[in-house]
Write a protein of this length. Sequence first.
Length: 286
Amino acid sequence: MNLKSGNIKQFQLFSQFNNLEEFNTHIEMWMSVHKDKLSKGELVGLKRLIRFAAKVPGVCNAKIGTILKAIHKEFNGNGISRSTFKRMIAKATNLGIMTVHETERKNGSQSSNLYVFNRFPNSEPPKKEKLDPPIKTSNLSKTTIKNTKKRNVDDTCLDHTYTSDRVPNDFVQVVKYFFPDAKSIEEFWRMTSIAAYRHNRVNDRERVLSIAIQSMKQLIRKMKTAAKVIKPLAYYYGILDKKLQELYFEELHEADFPVTIHKGPSRMSELFSDIIFGSTARPIRT
């Protein structure tokens, strides 16, 4: 049985996202993996469909004609055809980016489709609880001895020469002058790995290393020339995250996808919408 057509708000339960920012984040990850599978015209159609899915994050029931009209208006009459838009829908559906539901009017005639964007699979890094399962209850005296030994080890600060082999030496050489202990260096690299995972750059190790070193130098410059940075690790991650976003947008530009450079601090949703979609994502009236 098909869904009954109606106001977009009645389809809020179909949304898989808590807010617009989360929706934009998942779209960013989908595009980073599959944008090369879509033609320029299909990307334009997907871009506009995503903008129409802002009122209820990830859900759109706009008519194809309405969407195509908006595209033609944006590009001064140089829009895309209905067949191109339908081809984009078929590809996006096969790739898992969205699910399409048919809707019908009260009289049973076919109405506009309901487009439901899906979450990017495995978009979150493993939770710490999964990585470090709870320790089972053990004999109190044995636990006390173990804790004492652990405390003695923790009291000994290990310098950069004890840093794990997983951390690139070039990164260690930059960080060690301001954060000389191995634990701090490894923590900075752990945040780098999380950022790389989030931006689908796990296999782009050389590029990530280069950006990580740039981000660290920017943090150090901030610490030396401005007021005290209360949380260096968080500040570093913020710099790194922004640079990886900018790299993604540059790659979109090189792929001839229309972009508008946005300068200044902003939330991820604003960055993604302003740069990828040309303006801040907002509900589109249909």
